[in-house]
Design a protein around this ligand. Structure first.
Ligand code: ADP
Length: 193
């Protein structure tokens, strides 16, 4: 199995690159943001509870997303590997993920961290808000709150995996193709190792 975390702040291009990476490597895409949005669309209790937090740019509770990921791992026993997108987002989520994988004799192989300036992030997210229909993308205050949450809670995820030498920074600005190629190069190095 090959298990990859695509890491980076909101707007860094995780969704775009995830689509291409899963197509190339046959990984199962697990995006907690997408799962939460589908819960909202289906008006589940979980979705209704998550919506107000998401609309404010805050994180949903760790136990909620950890439960979602645990279920997704159980539901995909045949997967060749997983691409985690938007998860883990806190130190507690990282520790929980490591445990869930260890129970399956698996681990994270690499954390690819997309690096994008804050100015560019805000520009991209406001732009995405024009067409995405995502209520958290069309308000600059909410976008700034999400970036704040990232600095306050999510950057710790990189620190957690840095200890195990698993983090590789990738410049997230330039063409989608160039960024994709840089990601593939790192993945293939690790797959061969
Ligand atoms: P983005 O990366 O553009 O912020 P996501 O689609 O990954 O978008 O997430 C949207 C929102 O969903 C987040 O702002 C947060 O409220 C919630 N969310 C997604 N993943 C997690 C997570 N792992 N832990 C807590 N909250 C999450």
């Amino acid at each position: 199995m090959f298990n990859l975390i695509l890491f980076g702040p909101p707007g860094s291009g995780k969704g775009t690159q995830s689509e291409r990476l899963i197509a190339r490597y046959g990984l199962k895409h697990l995006s907690t943001g997408d799962i939460l949005r589908s819960e909202i669309a289906n008006q589940t209790t979980l979705g209704m509870e998550a919506k107000s937090l998401m609309d404010r740019g805050e994180l949903v509770p760790d136990e909620v997303v950890i439960g979602m990921i645990s279920a997704a791992l159980d539901n995909n026993p045949q997967a060749k590997g997983f691409l985690f997108d938007g998860f883990p987002r806190t130190k507690a989520q990282s520790e929980a993920l490591d445990k869930l994988l260890a129970q399956r004799n698996e681990a994270i192989n690499v954390v690819l961290a997309l690096e994008v300036t804050e100015e560019e992030l805000i520009k991209r997210l406001l732009n995405r808000g024009l067409t995405s229909g995502r209520s958290d993308d069309n308000n600059e205050a909410v976008i700034r709150a999400r970036i704040q949450e990232y600095h306050k809670k999510t950057s710790a995820v990189a620190d957690h995996y840095q200890v195990f030498n698993k983090v590789v920074g990738i410049k997230g600005e330039g063409t989608v193709d160039d960024i994709f190629n840089a990601l593939c190069e790192e993945i293939e190095k690790r797959m061969a190792a």
